[in-house]
Every structure is written in structure tokens, then in C-alpha cells.
Design a protein around this ligand. Structure first.
Ligand SMILES: Cc1cc2nc3c(=O)[nH]c(=O)nc-3n(C[C@H](O)[C@H](O)[C@H](O)COP(=O)(O)OP(=O)(O)OC[C@H]3O[C@@H](n4cnc5c(N)ncnc54)[C@H](O)[C@@H]3O)c2cc1C
Length: 668
């Protein structure tokens, strides 16, 4: 989340617009619309090839891709319903937090960290609706960096190496950001024509321009593409926005999926995976207070997210045996489910500055609503976010270890509500609110991208409707905290750059009782421990290498996979949504290959090459089959047939798998 703090804390423009929100929504109901997938009418006890639990970022993409296979039947269950209109209009993203479409998770208080947050707990919003957290996130497009995926590959195999994941990032992407699209050097790493639009322009808010100048003065290079793997610096993110509307895996993929093979059940709360003799055979769910059983002939796939996926596994007997036994749950597989929880670690630094520092050239009035309704332009259609990436040391200059995300908050902003949503306690919010009556506030989120600390998710009880217990584990490794004095001082140094100096910017040290009378570095550490919060990118609770294998299959259980943020063995250096889509895209291909179906959905068992059918081909069901090998090794192909067919496919067969070439061979 670190990106969208402007709106999180209530920017002037959004605040000014609030008064006309009622009329605006009335108008938008007609003018901004989306036909969401319909609820299927399903018989209790029905059978499907695949059952996917959770229609979030991963589940929406995966269901759409699997439904490309005409003879796969797919059931997708989602605990929430249709997203509200605020999930479409970019500037209204903040209104979804702490709402009925948010699971409203929180961490468990530990009396050590986050004591300056309300009740000592970290807020953990997560989307409970079609599109999941992808329907309420801030739409920042990031991928992580090659070194992240070198780590994954060393843990889970070459499927997850940078070269391969890049192919999948590009597959889903339709890059239109004008800072990138006209630059061939950058476009080497981007896709055109994929389902999800990644957009942007250089027309950014006044304050973002000033921050970019400030970071340049501080020695940061300004970069046009925050995903460029070969150099890092300060720059604006691209966003998943199409024509002024959120473009998520729900809108871009699920909404366009093949409706004949795909069945969707909304407001259906999955309570358990049915596992018999070591095989997942179905799920139990509750919809409208009625219990349903659905059966999977091939696989059950969990895409319920970092907190609910481990919960469901544990409720079903897959998890740490000691914890499960303590709750009286029969252990089906003893796996470290729920451990390895980690997230980007965020501490806010504050400056105040003269009025006019943040001045935006966006009109702060209801003209913005009219503009939006007229042609989807203006403030409401946008999400401006920037960051400055810093390496740990000059020996790895292209590997960011930290990020600074600045935000400028105009005077008299409706700051309090955003502050409380962020989780700061009443006293801090009041102090900052009072300052904002006199000054403009600059917040800089200082973020550690690769924390060593780990937390865990556990069951609260055996009641499936109870939220899981989230032990954030933040700063459980002291060395994570050690980075913050340097980071916070770097954030403060923005006050010493030309523009901000001219606006009398100065550092504010919020009052945290436990930290009084300390020297500066000690104060920063103390304050960081007290104010630290999640950056809302939690991952790792059903990690590759320990809970699932490199094909995302749950170890020791047949017919069960996990496809969502929880499989990340280590968090990537960036926001997590696009990587989760990438995981779903790879999972879809792994599944298609496993069941001998081409990546575009053709069943390879029905394929013919001349008079050669799939069943007469050796090894046709092997996932890594190469057509060149098949033809080479098959005596039944006569030479004239080889001539004809190879003319069609020769350029492809030397390098690609059979599953890539179905457009060029004769398929039934
Ligand atoms: C406030 C916020 C802002 C963010 N901003 C950004 C950003 O700008 N850019 C970025 O890259 N990342 C961002 N992220 C992170 C990113 O959105 C997530 O990492 C990503 O959406 C996770 O996808 P997922 O598929 O793992 O889980 P989700 O998208 O959360 O999907 C899980 C789905 O499963 C459903 N579900 C759960 N349990 C059950 C059950 N028992 N039965 C049925 N259904 C169930 C849920 O309702 C949900 O729809 C943000 C996250 C947050 C919280």
C-alpha cells in the first residue's frame, strides 16, 4: 500500500470532492458500470474438474485461463460479492478500506512493536469481493527485480527464474505508459496486447514533480520505468488503469472468460477442503446459511490469499501438527503452513512545510467529477504514486533494499479518518491533525523491502468463520530495525533540498512517550519500533519449498495446489499484485501441461499431425515434450508427411514446447 498515502490520509482534492460525492455516485451508477459475472445456480454435490477457492487477484486470473480449455469445467467460489463502484474509479480506492468489502484483518498485539498504533495492532485490509485485494489495492504496477526470482529459482526450480517469469509478466501486460512505450530499450521488458493495461503519463501532480527534483538533488537518478531491471532510482510508477478505470485481473480476465466452462458462486464461504486418503476431492462451503459440498475430479486450488489460504489448509488438517492437535484437528499432513509470514516493513517520517507546498494544479472542485463522467479524465481517473529505491550498498547498485514513498498533504485535509485507517493511535492522529491545521504535512514512508523477520498465521479456533490469528513478527530480527536510522534520516533530508527549504520544511518528531529523552539514532529506532506497520504486501504462508513444490502442489497431498501470494518463498522487492498475476499465469500453464492441454486450451490428446494422433505419439503427455523429438523418434511418420508438417512448424520446434505451437499444427 505504501504507494497511495496521499489519498490514504485524505488529500485536498479528494476531500473537496467529498461534498459532491452523493450526486456523483448517483450519476456514476448510470455512467460507470460493469457487468460482473453472474452467480451460477448449482446443485449441491456437483462435480467439476477444478475448484478454485477465492476470486481475488490470483483466482480471477487462474479461473479465466483454465476456462480457456473447453472441456475443463471450473468452479470458482468467492466469499464476497460484486465490487462497488468505488472499486472502479481510481481516486476512490481509499473508501474501500474498513468497509464491508474488506476482511478487516488485524495483527495480534505483541506489546513490543507498533505500540503507537491504535490498540498496538497493524491494520491488514484485504478485499472480500470479486477481484479480492486486486479490487481495492492502489493499482501500482511493480514486479520485483531479477535477484528476487534468482532466489525463488534456487528454492523452487527454474520455472521461477527471471527469464521465465518475465515472459509471463509480459504475457498479461498491455503497456501504454507514455514514459515507457516509446523507448525501445525499456520496451524489451514489456508486453503489448496482454489483458491488463499498464498506463501512465508524465503529467503528474505538482508535488510529485517537486519530490522527484528533491530526490535528484539528494543524488538519486530519475528513472522513467520503476520496473526496469538494469538501473534503479526515483520515479513514478505505472498503474493498472484502463481509460480511467481500474484494470484488475477481475476486469481484464475473469470478466472476459469463457462462461460455458466456468461456474462462479459469489457470497460462498469455503469452510474446509475435503481430503480423503491423501487426496483433495472437494470442498465444503456455506452460502445463504446453507451448507454445500462440491467435488473436484482433478484438483482443488486455493487462491484465498496470504491469511485465508493457510487458515483453510489448517482447518483441513494440513499444517503444523502441534498446533492442529492443540485444537483437536486430525493431522493429514504435517507442514509449516502459516509460518514464514513476512511483509515490507513501513515506518512513516514527517515534515511540515508552509501552505502552498503541495499545491496541486488539479482543480479541487466538482468539475473533477464532471470531467470524469465526461471522458474519464482528471483527478478521479488517476493514481499518482512515486518512490525512490535505494540499494543496501554500492556493490549492488541495481538491487533495491529500501524504498521511500513521499506524500504531500495540503492544509486542512480530512486527515484524521485516513490516519485512523492507517492505524495510528488517537493521540498521534490528533497531533498530526492539529499540525495540519497550521501547515502542510509531508509524510515519507520508509520501507524495508527484504526483511529478515518472520511472523506466522495460526487458527484462532476450529470455527471457520473466525479470523485467523496474524502474528506479524515485525522486527523479530533486530537487524531489520538497524536499517531505520539511516532510512529515516534520508527521508528527513528532503527538508534540506531547494524547494522544500524555500517552503520552510522542517522535521517533526511525533510524541511517542516511550521514546522521550533519547539520542537521535536511539529515538529513531524507538519510534520505528513503536510506529511500524505493514505495507500490506504480506506473503509466504504456504511457501514454495516448504508447503508447496515448484509446481505449487501441496506436499504430500494429491489434487491440491495453492496459487496466490502465500506461495512466495521470499517477498519480492516491490508491490505484489503483478507478481501474483504472474504466479497465476504460470500455474495455469503448469496445470494445462499436466493435463496435456496446450497453453491456449487445445487438448493435445485430440491433436493430429497428418495421420499421427496424439495417442500414437510416444510421451505425448509429458509436459516438457518437444515436437522435434516426437517427430524424430516416431517411425510411423513417413518422410513426405514430415516434409509437409515440418514446413509449418520448423521455426518453432527447435526451441519451444509442443504446447506453444497448436496454431501451426493441425488440431482436431
Ligand atoms: C490496501 C492495499 C493496497 C495495495 N496496493 C497495491 C498496489 O498498489 N500494487 C500492488 O502491486 N499490490 C498492492 N497490494 C497488494 C496486492 O493487492 C496483493 O498482494 C494481491 O492482491 C494478493 O492477491 P491474492 O490473490 O493472493 O489474494 P486476494 O486478492 O486477497 O484474493 C483472495 C480472495 O479469496 C477470497 N476468499 C478468502 N477466503 C475465502 C473463503 N474461505 N471462501 C471463499 N473465498 C475466500 C477473498 O475474498 C479474496 O477475494 C495492496 C494490498 C493492499 C491490502
Amino acid at each position: 500500500m505504501v504507494c497511495g498515502l496521499t489519498s490514504c490520509l485524505g488529500s485536498g482534492a479528494a476531500g473537496g470532492l467529498f461534498s459532491s460525492a452523493v450526486q456523483f455516485f448517483a450519476a456514476t451508477q448510470c455512467l460507470v458500470g460493469e457487468t460482473w459475472p453472474k452467480d451460477s445456480v448449482l446443485q449441491n454435490g456437483s462435480r467439476y474438474d477444478f475448484i478454485i477457492v477465492g476470486a481475488g487477484t490470483a483466482g480471477s486470473a487462474l479461473a479465466a485461463r483454465l476456462s480457456e480449455v473447453a472441456n475443463f469445467s471450473v468452479l470458482l467460489l468467492e466469499a464476497g460479492g460484486d465490487p462497488p463502484i468505488e472499486a472502479i474509479i481510481p481516486a476512490f480506492r481509499e473508501t474501500l478500506k474498513a468497509s464491508s468489502v474488506d476482511w478487516n484483518f488485524t495483527s495480534v498485539e505483541n506489546n513490543i512493536t507498533s505500540q503507537a498504533l491504535k490498540r498496538g495492532i497493524e491494520q491488514q485490509p484485504r478485499g472480500k469481493m470479486l477481484g479480492g485485494t486486486g479490487s481495492l489495492n492502489h493499482m501500482v504496477y511493480a514486479r520485483g527485480f531479477p535477484s528476487d526470482y534468482h532466489e525463488w529459482a534456487s528454492i523452487a526450480g527454474e520455472t521461477w527464474n527471471w527469464t521465465n517469469v518475465l515472459k509471463y509478466f509480459m504475457k498479461t501486460e498491455h503497456m501504454t505508459d507514455t514514459n515507457i512505450v516509446n523507448n525501445p530499450e525499456l520496451m524489451v521488458y514489456h508486453g503489448r496486447g496482454g489483458a491488463i493495461e499498464v498506463s501512465g503519463t508524465n503529467e503528474v501532480m505538482f508535488s510529485i514533480k517537486k519530490f522527484l527534483q528533491a530526490f535528484e538533488e539528494l543524488g538519486f537518478k530519475t528513472v522513467p520505468d520503476m520496473t526496469y531491471p538494469n538501473s534503479i532510482g526515483a520515479g513514478c510508477f505505472s498503474h493498472t488503469i484502463r481509460n480511467g478505470e481500474r484494470d484488475s485481473s477481475l476486469r481484464a480476465l475473469l470478466n472476459n472468460a469463457n462462461s460455458t466452462s466456468l461456474h462462479i458462486l459469489k457470497d460462498a464461504f469455503v469452510t474446509k477442503i475435503i481430503i480423503e486418503n491423501g487426496t483433495a476431492i472437494g470442498i465444503e462451503a456455506v452460502k445463504d446459511d446453507e451448507k454445500f459440498l462440491f467435488y473436484a475430479d482433478r484438483e482443488v486450488i486455493l487462491s484465498a490469499g496470504t491469511f485465508n489460504t493457510p487458515k483453510l489448509l489448517m482447518l483441513s488438517g494440513v499444517g503444523p501438527s502441534e498446533h492442529l492437535r492443540s485444537l483437536g484437528i486430525d493431522v493429514v499432513a504435517d507442514l509449516p503452513v502459516g509460518s514464514n509470514l513476512h511483509d515490507h516493513v513501513m515506518v512513516l517520517a514527517f515534515l511540515v512545510a508552509d501552505n502552498g507546498t503541495c499545491v496541486s494544479d488539479e482543480a479541487e472542485n466538482s468539475m473533477e467529477a464532471i470531467k470524469y463522467l465526461y471522458d474519464r479524465t482528471g483527478f478521479l481517473a488517476k493514481a499518482d504514486n512515486m518512490a525512490a529505491y535505494l540499494p543496501l550498498s554500492s556493490s549492488e547498485p541495481t538491487v533495491p533494499e529500501f524504498a521511500l514513498y513521499p506524500t504531500c498533504i495540503p492544509q486542512f485535509s480530512p486527515f484524521r479518518s485516513g490516519c485512523l485507517t492507517l492505524g495510528l493511535n488517537e493521540d498521534l492522529c490528533t497531533e498530526l491533525h492539529n499540525l495540519n491545521q497550521e501547515y502542510e504535512l509531508v509524510t515519507i514512508a520508509a520501507v524495508l523491502l527484504k526483511p529478515k523477520s518472520r511472523g506466522k498465521v495460526e487458527l484462532n479456533s476450529i470455527n471457520p468463520f473466525d479470523d485467523p490469528l496474524i502474528y506479524a513478527g515485525t522486527f523479530s530480527e533486530e537487524q531489520d530495525l538497524d536499517h531505520f536510522p539511516r532510512l529515516i534520516k534520508m527521508a528527513w533530508s528532503i527538508a534540506d533540498t531547494n524547494y522544500f527549504r524555500s517552503k520552510n520544511a522542517r522535521v517533526i518528531k511525533p510524541w511517542v512517550e516511550a521514546c522521550s529523552n533519547l539520542t537521535e539514532s536511539a529515538w529513531i529506532k524507538c519510534m520505528s519500533r513503536a510506529m511500524v506497520t505493514s505495507a500490506w504486501h504480506s506473503v509466504g504462508t504456504a511457501a514454495m519449498g516448504t508447503v508447496v513444490d515448484g509446481d505449487l502442489k501441496v506436499l504430500g497431498i494429491n489434487g491440491l495446489r495453492v496459487v496466490d501470494a502465500s506461495v512466495m518463498p521470499k517477498i519480492i522487492r516491490g508491490n505484489t499484485n503483478a507478481p501474483v498475476v504472474m504466479i497465476a499465469e504460470i500455474a495455469a500453464d503448469l496445470i494445462k501441461e499436466h493435463y496435456s492441454v496446450s497453453r491456449t486450451g487445445t487438448n493435445l490428446n485430440n491433436m493430429t499431425i497428418g495421420n499421427l494422433t496424439a495417442s500414437s505419439m510416444p510421451n505425448i503427455s509429458q509436459p516438457n515434450i518437444n515436437l522435434a523429438d516426437v517427430i524424430e523418434n516416431n517411425d510411423m511418420i513417413n518422410s513426405s508427411l514430415i516434409e509437409v508438417e515440418i514446413t509449418n512448424v520448423e521455426l518453432i520446434t527447435t526451441t519451444d514446447r509442443l504446447s506453444d505451437i497448436d496454431d501451426t499444427v493441425n488440431v482436431a
